[in-house]
Every structure is written in structure tokens, then in C-alpha cells.
Design a protein around this ligand. Structure first.
Ligand code: ADP
Length: 595
């Protein structure tokens, strides 16, 4: 199941061929743009860090004053001043640190909120085919884990870069003020320390990227088996142990990758720590020589070496930050990948349709699924406003697909689909979908109250309207018999309701929406006769005065249809009333007899 290229890669390459070129290159401007709304706070963080770095210099400078001035001159007052200043400076620096942390969280959490929102709302606008081609678990992983790890980048990496740079700059100024010869020596050592570390970044980036992809797979596997339908499948086929094995294998692969990431980090740390010892050793050598032969004071030497750690630690940390940035880029890349996918958009100058008569016309329509399979071919028909058309035909003939083209859940590649005289591709998606109500085979209900599920169709509906719709859909009495009535919470996918009840609730939902055009995909599973007749009765008000496209499985619906379209391999091969078609003695007659 998990072999072959990851589905999301297939999908994104299908939609965004030029994207492949960008691999490994994140546009800095986009990351920068995320920070822009928070620039004032970011500036505050910057100011506080600068404040802290300057204060951080004071201990070394005060040491110089104590060793070279106060102590030799027996100046106790100067000694006290130096000591008090030392304490005050460190207190002030800590206070600044607290406030800086606060501002920094504001920036980090703010950016997370913005990214989360734009990612989720972008996903809502993605076409249906994205969701049929991508595993839910993978989408969840990007929306939650990836976005959250951006916080790390912002609150830790950003601050550590700024802090380190400012510490280096302030320290450089201080050491040059103390002794320029020693300063030059200490700078010369830096490239020797840093250069060997560059390639580590790339390794780390690759390792992290692989880890993330594996996590996607894990999440998808978990999600698939832990959903209600998934778990029923697992249990009914007694697949627990093989699922365990599959999960164990994935987890083992992830483990190996994580160990790899950790080890790249280890080698890297070891390299840094051994480098950091070289610098001070050189300074003791040269500085000691200068102290012996050239009159450099002990105070200068001691304070200089104290300052050196303020130079080398940030330099080596910056080399480490490079690793962090590079792997953080992998996260941004994954988020931007999703944000870059083409969403459903209204064409320029799209018309907003208000009230339509409800005529539906297919004009030489051809449709292929993204996998290249042609399912609808040169299809033409007209459905008169207010009439009911039943699509019948063998399973897989393309009936559902045809109906999905009307609300543009999928887009036909050739031909035109018209509602009244509006081309569906020339009107806004929102106004198009406002006109259409869909009752699909699989009724989806949110894990919420019945009332909330119904209001999803019309937010401002009054209680009377809701009850009226439920009465018409033959579900009111069932709801009233529940202990909490309309406030009863229905489980994910409405699992506390029977199939027939769910369908009637779905019918009530569409009645509330009150669209001009109705698409009804009748459930193939047959219900008991009582439920059957309840639904049949509910369908009457549902279809009343609307243009209805019904993927029909019930004989009663088919016979009641104004016209029947017999579909085979994406074409309407026969059409007419039940009587006409029986008289014609074609596919319909054979289907009817088989029924
Ligand atoms: P019907 O409703 O008549 O049973 P469908 O419209 O559901 O038929 O499917 C028609 C054909 O399109 C089937 O062969 C099916 O395998 C294929 N199909 C359906 N959905 C997709 C999809 N998302 N991607 C690729 N092929 C699909």
C-alpha cells in the first residue's frame, strides 16, 4: 500500500510542474513577508537583544578595571563601584531577557496563527481531486506538526541568530578597544573553526526532509486505521496483527532516520567543541608572549580571554544556526508547497447568479479524471426547469461523475455545461453552488448537535424552519424521541443514527438550503421497507419545484422520473420515460428485467 512514489508528490507535480525546479530553494521573501505584520515587536526584540549584548560586555571590562586599576592602586571605592556595576548590569540584562521572551512569543505564536489560518483556508479552496489523491493523515501532518515546528524556527533560531551577531559585533568593538594585536590574532582563527562545518548543514537538511516524509506516511497509516470505517475494516478482516506489523515497519524506518538526524547533530557538536578550544589556546600563547616581552598587562590578558568566549561561542553557534536554518527551510518548503497548489478560483469577471429557472444543459461535454481515464464522452442533453431526470445504468458507467460536473466538483475539459444560459465556468463558484443542493450516497454529519448540523445549510434558520424541514423529511418524530431532541450530538459521520435516518437528515438539510437544482445520489444499499417508504415520502417535498438530477437505484424513483437517461460508458445511450424505454427494448429493458 505504501510502495511507489508518495501520492502527494504525484499530485503536486501534476499540478505544478515548474515547482520541481524550486526544490531545496525557499523564497526568503515569503518567509520575510510572514514577519512583516510583527515588525514593531521584532524591532523591540532586536533592541532588547542589543541592550543585553552591550551589558554582557561589562563583566570583562570591569575585570580589567579591577585588576589593572583598583587593586594595584589600593582603591577600595573603585573596587566597590566595579562590583556593584557588575551586579546591576547582570540584573538589568536578565530583566530585558524576560521581556524579550514575551515579545518573541508574541511574534512566534502570531506567525503560527497566520500560517495555520492561511493553510487551512487554502486547503478548503483546493479542488476535490486534491483530496481524493492525498492521504488525510498527510494533510493533517502538514497543517499541525509542520506549522508548529515553524515556531521553533522563529522563537529560537531567529533570536539566536540576532543575539549571536550582536554579541560578536559588540565584543569585536570591545576587544579592539583593549588590544588590536590580540584582536587580529583572535579573528584569524575564526575561519579555521567555521569552514569545516558548512557541509554538515546540507546533510542535516536531507536527513530532516526524509524524516518528515516518513512522518507523513506514519500519520496517514494511523489516520486510516483509526477512523470509524477504518477500524471496522480492521476488525472485520481480523487484520490487527498485520496492521501492527505494517506500523512497526514504518516506525522502524522512522527510527533509523531519526537516529541518523541525531548522529549528524552529534558529529557536528563534537566538531564545534574541539574547535572552540583552539582559539583561546592561541591567544594564551601570543598574549602570554606579549605580556612577557611587550608589557601587555595581566588585566588586559585576563579580560581579553574572558571576552574571547563571547566571540567564539557565538561564532560556533552561528555555524550551528546554519544547520538549523537549513533544516527549518525544509519545513517552510513543505508548507509553501501546499500554499502554492492551485486552488479553485473564480474566472476573471465571473458573473454572480442570483435566481435561476433551473434548466441544465450539457453541450458536448467530455471529462477525464486526473489519472487520464475518460469517463464522460461528448455528452449532450437538456433538462427542463423543474423536471426530474433519473440516471440509470451499470455501476461505473459515470452517473455520479456526470452529476459532479454541474456544481464543478470536477471540471469538464471539453464542451460546456449551462445552468439556464450561464456557462458554469463563467459564474462565481459560490453563487453556482448556492443554486445546487446535493444529497450524496454517503451522508456526512459533523460531530455536533442535530441542530448545528442542520444550520450548516442555513445559518440564520429559525426554529420553525428547521422543524418544518425535518417534518417534511420525515425525521422530526425520530429527533423528538431522542432524550435531547435537536440538541442530541450525532457522532462523527452520524454513527448514532441509522442509515435511513442519516439520509432523511441530509434531505432536511437540503430542504433548508432550498436550492433550485437538486442532485440526489440514491444509496445503493437497500433499506428496510419502512425506511424505504419514509425516504420515498421525504423525496416528494425535496424534488417539488426543483430541477432534479437523480442517480437512481430505486425502481419507484425511476418510474416517477419525467425522463430517464440510460448511461453506459459516459454516454447517454437511451432516454425517455419508463414506458418509452421498455417499448424500445434496449439496455434499459435488460437492466429492468435483471432488477
Ligand atoms: P457510477 O456513478 O455510474 O457508478 P462513477 O461516476 O462513480 O460511476 O464512476 C465512473 C468511472 O470513473 C468508474 O470507472 C470509476 O472507477 C471512475 N472514477 C470515479 N472516481 C474517480 C476518481 N476520483 N479518479 C479516477 N477515476 C474515478
Amino acid at each position: 500500500m505504501f510502495s511507489g512514489p508518495p501520492v502527494h508528490l504525484m499530485w503536486s507535480s501534476m499540478y505544478n510542474p515548474e515547482k520541481q525546479k524550486l526544490k531545496g530553494h525557499v523564497e526568503w521573501r515569503r518567509i520575510w513577508a510572514l514577519f512583516m505584520p510583527y515588525w514593531k515587536m521584532q524591532l523591540g526584540v532586536f533592541g532588547l537583544i542589543l541592550f543585553g549584548s552591550v551589558l554582557g560586555l561589562t563583566p570583562a571590562i570591569l575585570t580589567l578595571s579591577m585588576i589593572d586599576k583598583a587593586i594595584p592602586a589600593h582603591n577600595f571605592r573603585l573596587l566597590i563601584t566595579d562590583v556593584v556595576l557588575m551586579v546591576v548590569a547582570s540584573l538589568a540584562a536578565s530583566l530585558a531577557g524576560v521581556y524579550q521572551g514575551y515579545l518573541n512569543s508574541q511574534v512566534g505564536e502570531g506567525i503560527i496563527r497566520d500560517l495555520h489560518t492561511s493553510l487551512v483556508s487554502h486547503l478548503h479552496k483546493m479542488p476535490l481531486e486534491f483530496f481524493t489523491a492525498t492521504k488525510t493523515g498527510e494533510i493533517m501532518n502538514r497543517v499541525s506538526n509542520d506549522v508548529e515546528s515553524v515556531d521553533n524556527v522563529i522563537t529560537m533560531t531567529m533570536v539566536s541568530i540576532i543575539t549571536n551577531i550582536l554579541t560578536i559585533v559588540t565584543t569585536l568593538i570591545a576587544i579592539f578597544a583593549i588590544d588590536w594585536r590580540l584582536s587580529i590574532v583572535s579573528i584569524v582563527v575564526v575561519p579555521v573553526m567555521v569552514l569545516p562545518l558548512w557541509p554538515v548543514g546540507r546533510k542535516m537538511y536531507d536527513a530532516r526532509k526524509k524524516t518528515r516524509a516518513k512522518r507523513d506516511q506514519m500519520q496517514a497509516a494511523t489516520q486510516e486505521t483509526l477512523s470509524v470505517s477504518g477500524i471496522v475494516l480492521v476488525k472485520s478482516f481480523v487484520r490487527e496483527s498485520s496492521e501492527k506489523k505494517r506500523f512497526y515497519n514504518l516506525a522502524t524506518e522512522l527510527m533509523a532516520l531519526e537516529i541518523n538526524v541525531a548522529m549528524v547533530g552529534r558529529w557536528f557538536l563534537m566538531a564545534i567543541t574541539s574547535m572552540v578550544t583552539i582559539g583561546p589556546a592561541v591567544i594564551w600563547l601570543v598574549g602570554g608572549w606579549l605580556a612577557i616581552y611587550d608589557g601587555v598587562t595581566v588585566g588586559v590578558l585576563v579580560s581579553f580571554v574572558a571576552l574571547l568566549s563571547r566571540l567564539y561561542t557565538p561564532v560556533s553557534a552561528l555555524a550551528g544556526v546554519q544547520v538549523q536554518i537549513v533544516s527549518a527551510l525544509a519545513v517552510f518548503e513543505r508548507i509553501f508547497d501546499y500554499l502554492d497548489m492551485k486552488e479553485e478560483r473564480d474566472p476573471p469577471g465571473a458573473t454572480v447568479i442570483e435566481k435561476v429557472e433551473g434548466k441544465v444543459t450539457f453541450d458536448d461535454v467530455t471529462f477525464r479524471y486526473p489519472n487520464g481515464k475518460t469517463v464522460v464522452e461528448h455528452l449532450s442533453f437538456t433538462i427542463e426547469p423543474g423536471s426530474m431526470v433519473a440516471f440509470v445504468g451499470p455501476s461505473g458507467a459515470g452517473k455520479t461523475t456526470i452529476t459532479n460536473l454541474v456544481p464543478r466538483l470536477y471540471d469538464a475539459q471539453e464542451g460546456r455545461i449551462l445552468i439556464d444560459d450561464y456557462d458554469v465556468k463563467a459564474v462565481t463558484l459560490a453563487s453556482l453552488r448556492e443554486q445546487i443542493g446535493i444529497v450524496s450516497q454517503e451522508t456526512y454529519l459533523f460531530h455536533d448537535t442535530i441542530d448545528a448540523n442542520l444550520r450548516y445549510a442555513r445559518e440564520g434558520a429559525t426554529e420553525e424552519q428547521i422543524i418544518e424541514a425535518c417534518k417534511a423529511a420525515n425525521i422530526h418524530d425520530v429527533i423528538m424521541a431522542m432524550s435531547e431532541g435537536y440538541d442530541t450530538v450525532v457522532g462523527e459521520r452520524g454513527h448514532k443514527l441509522s442509515g435511513g435516518e442519516r439520509q432523511r437528515l441530509a434531505i432536511a438539510r437540503v430542504l433548508l438550503k432550498n436550492p433550485r437544482i437538486l442532485i440526489l445520489d440514491e444509496a445503493t444499499s437497500s433499506l428496510d421497507t419502512e425506511n424505504e417508504s419514509l425516504i420515498q415520502a421525504a423525496l416528494v417535498p425535496l424534488m417539488q419545484g426543483r430541477t432534479s438530477l437523480v442517480v437512481a437505484h430505486r425502481l419507484s424513483t425511476i418510474i416517477a422520473a419525467d425522463r430517464i437517461f440510460v448511461v453506459e460508458q459516459g454516454r447517454v445511450i437511451e432516454s425517455g420515460t419508463h414506458k418509452d424505454l421498455l417499448a424500445a427494448d434496449g439496455l434499459y429493458t435488460r437492466l429492468y428485467q435483471a432488477h
